[in-house]
Design a protein around this ligand. Structure first.
Ligand code: GAL
Length: 436
């Protein structure tokens, strides 16, 4: 029997109340080094929306079971994909006032903080806990620098997912999983003709990462895994005809994405799909948490999912990590937090609610039953697909390049000319490669 997220949370809470969930269970170790003294831990993230908050709460609850003397101080800053959080964090780090731990993302994003010398080396935790053997090797490669680790991953998110309102798609006779981008554009047109929002998105400049996410899906769907990955290495050809084709698809899709509702966060956008106002959304799988946790929808009945068009067999991923910043005031508490984040119990408590899968190499048969229908699909795809990294969620481009790409997309919002967009993307890549 599959245990739902809700049941899992309720069971964890009840067990904790009865004092049965021991600190030795399922791989989480009790905190040492705090001598039982009360202390606090500032946790900085951007998890405030949809199921993000509930997932953070689930991780916090599990953490406090093992560390009752550490007061969890939630310093989350609202704004999907960390748009506001990253800017505020940069100011705090520059002023020498880091939180005790902050959310980063595997790949180039965490690399920026390592290069800036802002993170402590936490390789000792990998050695103590055997994580260098139990974590997924692809993720490990992305978070190490010269064989040393500076962060601890807590999840794997699936980025190239097309979400749909199943009932609406059935009513309109449009597919929930169009295989190709032209087939998708055709379905968007039908949803438009029937008076629905075809693709839900916010077109507000403050939410331009939502467009970047869709553009990323169109590029992967057109260039394939190898073509996409090549865009991030020297010799990349951003002026190619294939990129032109992908941007043209992006434009056609955006013509069916009116952005009704203005400055909407990703979960407000998901709500349009959940309520049947819109047919589709292209978004990471934190959206699933919104459907299930916020709206209590049923998979394959109320909502559905598929690889975004043209990306079957490809898993575009991102991985959230936590860090030990240099100068953290409650260093021992941070180490206890990172130990929690790396543990099987901590990762399961978090990912089952967040709409993500654990970043470990193996998920056992019993553990698998904690994950819902969608997440079991994602677990399967993760093991059999070709893995590529996300631009929008930190893996492929350092912050400076990513910001230039976001500026290019901001330009497209004002003047939807794909020729200008492509030139700006070429310039951003040239600037990056000439600086490294
Ligand atoms: C991503 C992050 C996810 C989710 C999402 C929306 O960048 O990896 O954990 O929070 O942003 O805010």
């Amino acid at each position: 029997m599959t245990i739902s997220r809700r049941t899992f949370l309720a069971a964890a809470g009840a067990t904790a109340g009865a004092g049965l969930l021991s600190a030795c269970g399922s791989g989480t170790k009790a905190t040492t080094g705090l001598n039982g003294a009360a202390t606090s831990l500032q946790v900085f993230s951007w998890w405030t929306a949809g199921g993000e908050l509930q997932a953070l709460d689930a991780l916090k609850a599990n953490f406090n079971l093992h560390n009752p003397n550490i007061q969890f101080v939630n310093e989350a800053v609202a704004g999907g994909a960390g748009t506001n959080a990253k800017a505020l964090l940069a100011k705090r780090l520059a002023a020498g006032q880091p939180p005790d731990t902050f959310q980063a993302q595997a790949g180039e994003m965490v690399g920026d903080y390592i290069t800036a010398g802002q993170l402590e080396d936490v390789t000792f935790l990998y050695q103590q806990n055997g994580w260098d053997k139990t974590f997924n090797q692809d993720v490990l490669k992305l978070i190490q620098r010269n064989g040393r680790y500076y962060s601890v991953p807590v999840d794997i998110h699936h980025i190239n997912v097309l979400w749909s309102n199943r009932r609406l798609c059935d009513k309109l006779s449009i597919p929930t999983g169009p295989k190709t981008i032209p087939e998708f554009i055709d379905a968007l047109g039908k949803a438009h003709d029937a008076g629905h929002i075809p693709l839900a998105i916010s077109r507000d400049p403050s939410e331009s990462w939502q467009l970047q996410h869709v553009m990323e899906a169109m590029l992967i769907g057109t260039l394939g895994a190898a073509g996409w990955s090549a865009l991030w290495h020297p010799g990349a050809d951003w002026s190619s005809a294939k990129v032109t084709q992908a941007l043209d698809y992006f434009h056609q899709v955006m013509q069916h994405a009116p952005g009704t509702g203005g400055n909407m966060s990703w979960d407000q956008v998901s709500a349009q799909v959940a309520k049947g106002q819109a047919a589709y959304q292209i978004m990471g799988d934190w959206t699933e948490a919104s459907f299930t946790v916020t709206f209590n929808l049923q998979p394959h009945i109320d909502y559905d999912w598929a690889p975004s068009p043209g990306t079957a067999g490809i898993f575009d991923f991102a991985s959230d990590c936590f860090t030990l910043p240099k100068g953290a005031k409650h260093r021992d508490a941070t180490i206890a937090w990172l130990t929690e984040c790396g543990s099987q119990e901590g990762q399961d408590s978090f990912t089952t609610v967040k709409g993500a899968i654990p970043p470990r190499a193996h998920v056992g048969t019993q553990e698998r039953t904690l994950f819902d229908t969608y997440l079991q699909w994602s677990l399967d795809e993760w093991t059999k697909d070709t893995i590529v990294g996300s631009l929008t969620h930190g893996v492929m481009a350092p912050g400076a390049w990513n910001n230039d790409i976001l500026t290019a997309i901001g330009g497209y919002l004002t003047d939807p000319d794909t020729g200008k967009l492509q030139s700006a993307l070429v310039q951003a890549a040239t600037k990056h490669f000439s600086a490294v």
